[in-house]
Design a protein around this ligand. Structure first.
Ligand code: SF4
Length: 244
């Protein structure tokens, strides 16, 4: 595993004084990234929506969705996948990112194909799926109405994205799924959007990380042909080549 700052791939080095990731690398153990409380109150509109679903479906998760971590914990993470937000019948129902709706079928099949997960995904949190050197999270932790978080909600929930990005000391690649996840990741890293603009299969080396961007693997994007399986796999083939 290559230590941060010694990449052959031209990643820009930040000074110790300006790079919070250096602090994590200096400590002997990485703490787990902070997670929102089960009843996080910070986005009133999303709290109201959550309460509606708690009343309708009391057996569902209906709470902020935690980051799905690999075997080995934070120090094992070299690849972080950042999606948009939980789907109402997906992660909002099951409590695990990309679990329970179509987006997870394509994501986890692709991760398994390139060695970033085992091949046990069955759309249930108890299916035996394990991630390898990969973590999966959303830029917004609570389900938004119509899958559309407001800018203020994206900005507010960044307080959980930022320490995840800066605290994983062996992190080397972030795959951003869709423009909202991409732009929020750049903002979390203090990178100007114009320095790493979103496009499908984009690759930018900024803030000591490779940012690989992709159209979101939603059913809408695949049904409309915006994203094909081949296009999505190409992104992860590039990531696997970069990491190996
Ligand atoms: S979206 Fe994030 S910040 Fe907003 S209520 Fe949910 S967990 Fe809290």
């Amino acid at each position: 595993m290559r230590a941060r700052g010694r990449s052959r791939h031209g990643r820009r080095k930040l000074s110790a004084a300006t790079d919070p990731r250096t602090e994590a690398a200096a400590s002997s153990q990485t703490a787990a990234p902070p997670q929102p409380d089960h009843d996080c109150p910070l986005c009133p509109r999303l709290v109201d929506f959550r309460e509606v679903w708690r009343a309708k479906e009391p057996d569902w998760h209906n709470a902020p969705v935690r980051t799905f971590m690999p075997l080995g914990g934070p120090d094992a993470v070299q690849l972080l996948i950042v999606g948009l937000a939980p789907g109402v019948r997906g992660a909002n129902r099951t409590g695990r990112p990309f679990t329970g709706d179509y987006a997870g079928d394509l994501l986890y099949a692709t991760l398994a194909k390139y060695g970033f997960a085992n091949d046990r995904f069955a759309a249930r949190p108890d299916d035996g799926l394990e991630l390898h050197r990969t973590a999966v999270m959303n830029a917004v932790r609570c389900v938004p109405p119509e899958n559309k978080p407001l800018p203020v909600e994206i900005n507010t929930c960044r307080q959980f994205l930022t320490p995840t990005l800066t605290g994983l000391r062996n992190l080397r690649v972030v795959v951003t799924l869709g423009r909202i996840a991409h732009d929020s990741t750049l903002r979390a890293l203090g990178v100007k959007l114009k320095d790493a603009p979103f496009r499908h299969d984009g690759r930018h080396d900024v803030a000591g990380l490779r940012i690989a961007s992709s159209y979101h693997c939603s059913r809408y994007n695949t049904n409309t042909g915006v994203l094909t399986t081949e296009m999505f796999e190409r992104v992860f083939a590039g990531v696997a080549e970069y990491l190996d």
